[in-house]
Design a binder for this molecule. Structure first.
Ligand code: GN1
Ligand code: MG
Length: 362
């Protein structure tokens, strides 16, 4: 790997000598490395090097154009904020195709910490604030200039249709491993798809959304534990804010990991939900519309079912999309997300009440 990273660093004209590298493991799609260069005089400088998964992102140049537009907007309108800085090759591109046709990019490393699991209400609230502010910062950005990097990425209705097409086909004969899961998703199919239908019919404001609001996509200051910057802009596209909210609470309010094999440990933590709402709703209280407010909890349920369906579909069709660490990993992920979705359903009245109460006091 050293040789490859060294070659990529040279193309991006990183000064100094490649001194060390680490793999950053928390992504299911792209490959990410932290590289450190020793400069003349001995100072060390780090960068993040990523190889984009072009099986998932079919037009990776489009992602880079989107990111360039979004970060330029933020730099222009919020010059005091930290934004992501990408490096350029000698021919002025913010990406590189190597001789194997792999697609690489390099950005500055921001010294920070991220939280995969988080129990501190202040950090959870700050995560909500960071995603709420991200939405605000893009509220005057024209989303129509963005490429749709993955078509129908959060069209739950279509995701569910695809799942059931693949169930009908049962190409690998794996349906038998997931009979209960298939049955449950089928029983909530309409309920989970209704928001994406209403969005398609114009019932929600079209916002520029992040579309992957996991808590580990917010970098935090190690000492103050305040958010520095929202990362992973690969799927920034026009969308529904209730899905950004929903995806964030899906991840952060889970009492276990996203792929916890023991579903008895998987719950939706209402205290964490309250903390997230405090930060998020505090940030968007002036722009949130009544239909958005009333559908935040359904958004959380729908996106959780959507992700379960995506994991299950990948399992049934041979694990070609998400990286898996062991056979059956996608099925384990599916079960975990379904346990979480069931708990959201059980608690939905309480969760709606928390939203109302938080907004009243915001
Ligand atoms: C993928 O690779 P990562 O962690 O950024 C996926 C998201 C899922 C997430 C689940 C492009 O994100 O949609 O919610 O895994 N990204 C893509 O962990 O499909
Ligand atoms: Mg992502």
């Amino acid at each position: 790997m050293y040789e490859k990273l060294n070659q990529v660093g040279e193309a991006f004209r990183l000064p100094g000598k490649l001194y060390a590298y680490d793999t950053i493991k928390n992504g299911n799609i792209n490959s990410t490395y932290k590289v450190t260069y020793r400069m003349e005089g001995g100072a060390l400088k780090s960068y993040v090097v990523q190889k984009i998964n072009t099986n998932v992102f079919k037009n990776p140049e489009d992602i880079m154009e989107n990111i360039d537009r979004v970060t330029s907007h933020m730099r222009e309108h919020y010059p005091e904020e930290v934004t992501l800085h990408f490096h350029h090759t000698a021919d002025g591109k913010n990406y590189l195709y190597d001789e194997d046709n792999s697609f690489w990019r390099v950005m500055n490393y921001v010294d920070s910490i991220t939280f995969d699991v988080c129990d501190d209400p202040a950090v959870i609230s700050a995560t909500g604030e960071a995603f709420g502010r991200f939405q605000n910062q893009l509220s005057d950005f024209d989303g129509s200039v963005l490429h749709e990097t993955i078509p129908d990425f959060h069209n739950t209705h279509k995701r569910l249709d695809r799942l059931f097409d693949d169930v009908a086909e049962n190409r690998l004969g794996r349906n038998q491993d997931a009979t209960e899961e298939i049955e449950f998703i089928s029983s909530v199919r309409y309920q989970a798809g209704v928001l994406s239908d209403r969005y398609a019919n114009g019932h929600f404001p079209v916002r520029v959304t992040h579309n992957d609001t996991k808590s580990n996509n917010v970098l935090f200051d190690r000492i103050t534990k305040r958010p520095i910057v929202v990362i992973d802009l690969d799927t920034v596209m026009p969308g529904m804010s209730v899905y950004d909210f929903g995806d964030a609470v899906r991840f952060i309010c889970n009492t276990a990991a996203e792929d916890e094999p023991d579903v008895r440990r998987v719950y939706f933590d209402t205290s964490k939900f309250r903390a997230f709402c405090h930060g998020y709703l505090g940030a968007v209280k002036h722009s949130i519309t009544p239909e958005e407010r009333d559908n935040l909890v359904l958004g959380a349920f729908s996106i959780t079912i959507e992700l379960a369906a995506r994991f299950l579909d990948d399992y049934l069709t041979g694990d070609t999309y998400f990286k898996v660490n062991y056979p059956g990993h996608n099925l384990v992920r599916t079960r975990c997300q379904l346990a979480l979705a069931k708990d959201i359903l059980r608690k939905k009245e309480e969760l709606k009440w928390i939203v109302e109460e938080t907004l009243d006091n915001a």
